[in-house]
Ligand binder design. Structure first.
Ligand SMILES: [Fe+2]
Length: 159
């Protein structure tokens, strides 16, 4: 695929993610079921996230972007370190809180938040390592490292 074809592909997917977002938002307008509404809304927000990631991919092809390792200053490294600590704190808080719950619908929502935090933490730790150790990882190495950094159990996180 040519560079232009890839850019076109990403742009097409951005439009599609936006449509998914709108449809999802529309579909929950009439519901009073809080569990259904929040779960569908969180999926819709992931569509927004995907659109943002696709935008980054468009930029990658259309602008001169420096490699991750080269351009990150100390300030950003420190901010990421702080972010990692905050995610870890959130994980502990939700984990402990989850244990106090009895209501299944409530448990589903809190667990979904917890799962996100666990994923954020593992991803951030790997990103931090890439920046600090100036690692250039391929896709397999990246996800292997996310799993290795998985002190909170990312691999089996969905249960
Ligand atoms: Fe988070």
């Amino acid at each position: 695929m040519s560079k232009q074809e890839r850019v076109n592909f990403y742009k097409k997917q951005i439009e599609f993610e936006d449509i998914i977002y709108d449809k999802a938002e529309e579909s929950i307008q009439g519901t009073d079921n809080i569990l259904i509404r929040e779960m569908i809304q969180s999926i819709a927000l992931d569509s927004k996230k995907h659109a943002s990631m696709l935008n980054a991919l468009v930029s990658m092809h259309t602008k001169a972007t420096p490699s991750v390792a080269e351009e990150v200053g100390q300030e950003i490294k420190d901010a990421i370190t702080e972010h990692i600590q905050m995610e870890a704190e959130a994980i502990k808080t939700y984990q402990e809180y989850f244990e106090t719950l009895d209501d299944e619908a409530e448990k589903i929502i809190v667990k979904a938040i917890l799962n996100d935090e666990i994923k954020h933490h593992a991803l951030l730790k790997t990103i931090h390592k890439m920046i600090v150790d100036k690692l250039t990882l391929n896709v397999q190495e990246f996800w292997d490292m996310v799993e290795e950094d998985d002190e909170f159990g990312y691999i089996g996180y969905s249960k």
